[in-house]
Design a protein around this ligand. Structure first.
Ligand SMILES: *Cc1c(COP(=O)(O)O)cnc(C)c1O
Length: 373
């Protein structure tokens, strides 16, 4: 019946609705730059970017220069910020493909200046400062930044950006400290007459919970574009975003059989049936990104019922309990998404697997066929 062992159903109209909801929440003074890195969290970067561009996105963000080139080669015209890739060998590609780098060191700024000047091009860039995340970003002082910017002509500071380490944790003071550090640098630059047109620090969480002092005039949501907002710790208000998951993940039942009580199931025999059991073997495993940690823990939906994973998730196969169900090979099971009144999302899977929803989504492998609905 089904042609694929495992597949994704992606709703582009839900992506469009999520983007519009974020734009409504941020209002007219703030540009929304959807993050489409990691193949749009596995929703398909090209298809998702086309929909967002059509809906009016003037900026998109990716992680590396090759993700940016793939979008350009499929005709995406929006501005593209490359957030985490400024390797010397890839720098000329920014100019060739009209991609905008996030530069995270002052040496990088000077290198880009030399490259742009030699090419006779005006080359905008965003400067990332490390305000406490302790990852990418320069920790140079405002004076050192000004000194470097004074040496640039062709390379143009278009944006000043940073990234939060503890945005969902409202019991931590780290976000406020990062905002203060950022604001101090920005004020220093402005006093010296340097006014970057774009100022941005926020991914999904500060947008969803209305932390406006963290927005600047551009925000970079990824997770919310795909319908997810992480819970916030120490905050009583709910997310203000009307966003919903855009992706469902299904697998086909390859075999159904009735086995007796006392039978071991799968690698290591880590589950033994305690009653006569009908098992359904699904055409999905950890090579498809279904977490191995869901062994004996995961749940899937079949015919509107939530049923448990039995035994170890293996590379290509997963066995579930189909006792009492009238199922046949070829019938579908839902790993992520809704079936009747039941549903399961990436946050629930993540909880069972001891990981985060981002990792569940990004972990879905390219072997899983993607269909647009
Ligand atoms: C991935 C990423 C984002 C998007 O984060 P979400 O939590 O998915 O909204 C924003 N900014 C940077 C620098 C990122 O790396």
């Amino acid at each position: 019946m089904n042609m694929y062992r495992s597949w994704l159903e992606v709703s582009l109209s839900q992506i469009d609705a999520n983007f519009r909801s974020i734009r409504r929440a941020t209002g007219p003074g703030v540009t929304v730059m959807p993050v489409v890195k990691a193949d749009a969290y596995r929703h398909g970067a090209v298809e998702v970017s086309r929909v967002l561009e059509e809906a009016g996105a003037r900026w998109l963000a990716v992680s590396n220069v090759h993700e940016g080139i793939a979008l350009r080669e499929s005709g995406i015209q929006s501005r593209i910020l490359v957030m985490a890739d400024f390797l010397p060998a890839s720098r000329p590609l920014f100019l060739d493909y009209n991609l905008t780098p996030s530069i995270h060191s002052l040496e990088g700024v000077l290198a880009y200046e030399h490259l742009a000047a030699a090419a006779g091009q005006s080359a905008p860039f965003h400067l990332k400062i490390d305000t406490g995340m302790g990852r990418l970003g320069t920790r140079a002082s405002a004076l050192e930044i000004l000194d470097t910017l004074a040496q640039t002509r062709a390379a143009k500071l278009e944006g000043l950006m940073s990234h939060f380490a503890s945005a969902p944790n409202y019991t931590s003071t780290q976000t406020d400290e990062q905002i203060a550090t950022f604001t101090a640098v920005l004020q220093h630059l402005r006093t010296a007459g340097i006014n970057p047109p774009l100022v941005h620090l926020s991914s999904t969480v500060p947008v969803a919970y209305g932390r406006k002092e963290a927005w600047g005039n551009l925000v970079r949501p990824g997770h919310a574009i795909y319908g997810y907002v992480s819970p916030a710790k120490g905050l009583n208000t709910a997310s203000s975003l009307d966003v919903h998951p855009a992706l469902a993940w299904k697998a086909t039942i390859l075999e159904v059989k009735d086995i007796p009580a006392g039978a071991a199931i799968g690698y290591g025999g880590i589950h033994t049936t305690n009653r006569p059991t009908r098992i359904a073997v699904l055409g999905v495993g950890y090579a498809d990104g279904y977490p191995h940690r869901l062994s004996n823990k995961g749940r899937v939906l079949i015919q509107g019922r939530s049923v448990p994973v039995l035994g170890a998730v293996s590379m290509d196969l997963t066995t579930v309990d189909a006792t009492g169900l009238n199922v046949e090979p070829g019938h579908p099971a839902t790993l992520l998404g809704a079936d009747g009144a039941e549903s399961i999302d990436a946050q629930q899977i993540a909880k069972l697997a001891g990981t985060i929803s981002y990792s569940v989504l990004c972990g879905i492998s390219s072997r899983v066929v993607r269909l647009y609905v």
